[in-house]
Every structure is written in structure tokens, then in C-alpha cells.
Ligand binder design. Sequence first.
Ligand code: TRP
Length: 448
Amino acid sequence: MSAPRGQFSSNIGFLMAAAGSAVGLGNIWGFPTKAAGNGGAAFVIVYLLLAFILAYPALMAELTIGRHARRNMVQALRGISTGPISRIFANLAGFGGIVVASLILSFYAIVAGWMVAYLADPFANFFGMSGATDWLTGNSTGRNLTFTAIFSGMTMLIIAAGVEKGIERWSTLLMPSLIILLLLLIIYVLTQPGAMTGLEVYLMPDFSHLSPKLLIAAMGQAFFSLSLGVGTMLIYGSYLSQQESLPRLGALVTLIDVGIAFTAGLLILPAMYVAQEAGTQIFSASGELIAGPDLILQVLPALFETMGTAGLFVAIAFFALMVIASLTSSISMLEVPVSFSIENLGVRRELATPLVGLVIFTLSSLIIFNFDSLFGLIVSISTEYGQPLLGVALCVFAGWIWHRDQLLAELKKGHENIEHTLFWKIWPWYVRIVCPLLILAAFVQSLS
Ligand code: TRP
């Protein structure tokens, strides 16, 4: 029944795909605005620490289990289970991952749809189509449905093409473009008046913000940004060849993710202060920096407008950057339920992709029709509850349930002397004890 499995053709292909999954709206939108609201560099430092001491070990758990099992999360966890109880637990976590990945995609596609609409806007503007411009940037149900459908369609087209021809090919093409666009935008914005104030706000640590709340915000951000918990990284690991060193590749993915998040801060915060200089309101009535949708959909477009013709190009570059970042992430989410349908239900990829895609689009539509009551709820259930709890489950599988000698054997592939490395001395007890406890502690804190 099992269809032939895809595989990344190269090391770089995997890196681009995994980094593409990690780098998304979470990096370019979420990270800079969280940093701005939580003491600038104080948040950046805490985030960097957490990314390496918490998210990286959890990422390693997913990659190692995935490459060992060469299957989706449900089958992978069942495969390393040792008895009936752990098998039940495997099913719960495996299906939980599929549900949470689908929920995350259902709201992510809406936000990404806004990015596509705002990318179309400068073109409509250029051709003087003011009616179209109003529709594209107005927040109507019709606009939202249309662009969520367009974005979901693009995601499905890539996933239907498979691992090598879809995921790998597009990630390898899009990730370098993303980096070039980001750097060009930073260079441009930093030469504008006001930019240096933004840079200062971003890079001057204000440690008075240090609090449990900041820790939780940074942890949630790190988990979301590295696409953890739902089996995204597990399934990408399962397409990875056995000649590569997992600890090294995992570290590279973490570095790229953190590096791009940090770099995006060099764009967003200066851009806000440039907007202020140009007369746009950047603080809300309560005196805080505007974050959320208002920042991306109002403050920045208002800034681009003040830049005249150059602003059209800057707007196109900025929203193209957002669309690219979203697309390499959304494909990794869709691959979770699709790989399950292929491997467990025996459906062909060409059929599984539109079917699953349609179910998720239906979910997105439900959210769009009930935006005020559902959007925040789905974000919170999936990222504040689902992701950390599933992250704990994956650490428990890697640290407690899976046989230690099998785990070592898997890590040795592509890293012969792993037994004598610092990684092997620290990581196994780390995923066993420290990671689950830290995640749970933060989770409990966030409930109170
Ligand atoms: N990491 C991506 C971002 O920063 C989003 C993402 C992709 C994700 N796959 C995921 C988040 C799986 C949670 C789970 O935007």
C-alpha cells in the first residue's frame, strides 16, 4: 500500500526546505513586534537563549525520530512505542499533530492571503484602478475568501508536485530571493530619516521588562518560529538522507531561523520610526507601539505611500517578501496531513493534496465568516495549547519511550563519533528532563 517515498536530493535542499518552514510570518512580523513590545534587545537576548537551549533540542527530537522512522508522525511514534500504553499515547500525539498543523494552516492562510492582496495593491495603484485598490486593502469577507483561496491554491500546487519537485525546488528558489529582498529593504529603510531611532529602540536592552510573561512570549515565539510540535520538522527529517549529521543540520536551521528573525527586526523597527517621521501614528492610544495587523496593514502601507513612486517598488518588495516567507512555511504545514493521507490511507499525493487542502480551506472560510469570535480562539488553541503540549509529548518519546541504543544508532548515521561529542553528553538527558519541565512550567505559568 505504501507509495514510494520522496526524499530531498541534497543537504542544501533539506536546509532550504527546513529553514523555509521555520522562516515565515513568525519571523518577519511576529518577532520584531514582540521584541518592540517587550523591551527590545532584552527580548532578543532571551529569545536567542531559548531558541538554543529549548527549541533546538526539541527540533533535534523531531528530526531524529522522523529520519529513523521514515514515516509521518502517527506511524513514526507508533513505531518507536514499546507497549500498548505508549502506542495509545503515540496515536493521540500523532493525530493531535495533524489536527494542530491543520488549524495553524487554516489561520495562517488567511493572514498570508492579506499579504497577497497587499502585493497586488501597488499594481492596481500603478494602473490607476482606484476601485480595485479599495477592494484589495479593505477588509471585506469577499476579499478575504478570494485571497485565502489564491494562497491555499499556491500551497496545494507545490505540495501536489511532491518532495523533490515541489517542496525542495520551490524552497531552494524562494529562500535566496527572500534574503536578497530583506537585505535590499533594510538598506533602503536605514537611509531614511528616523530609522536610527528605530534601531536604537530595537537594540537597546530594557531589562525592566524581564518577567515570566516575557519568558513565555519568547518561548511561544521560538516554538512557533521553529515549526515545532506538530510533526512538520519530523516529516522533513523523514525525507532526509542518512549521510548527514543531524545535530549539525538542526543547528544550521536554528541559526538561519534566528538570524533572519533578528535581521527582520532591523527592517521593521526602523521602518516604524521612519513612518513616524513621515507623520504616521505608530503608538496606540495606550502608548504602546502598534503591533498586530495594524502595523503591517496600515502603518507600513502609509509609509510606502509617502515615498512616492519609490514607495510602489518598496511595497512590492515588502509584500513579495511576506508572501514568499508564508509560502515556504504553509507548504510545510500542509505536508503534515498530506503525508499522513498518503502513507496511512493509501491515497495518491495528487488526490490527497486537493482533498486535504479543501478541508483546510473550509476551516479558513469558517474563520473568515466568524472572524471576531474564531480567529483569536484558533490561534490560541493551536499555538498556546497545542504546540507546547505536543512538544512535550515529542520530547517524552525521544527521551523516555524510544530505546536509547536505537536513538544513538540513528544519530551515528552521518556523525560517526557522536558518542564522544558534547551533543551526546548533554542532549539525551536534556530532552528527557529539562525540555519537558521547562515547557510545562511555562505552560502552567501561561494559564495562571
Ligand atoms: N515557523 C513558521 C513561521 O515562523 C510557521 C510554521 C510553519 C509553523 N510550520 C509550522 C508553526 C508548524 C507551527 C507549526 O511563520
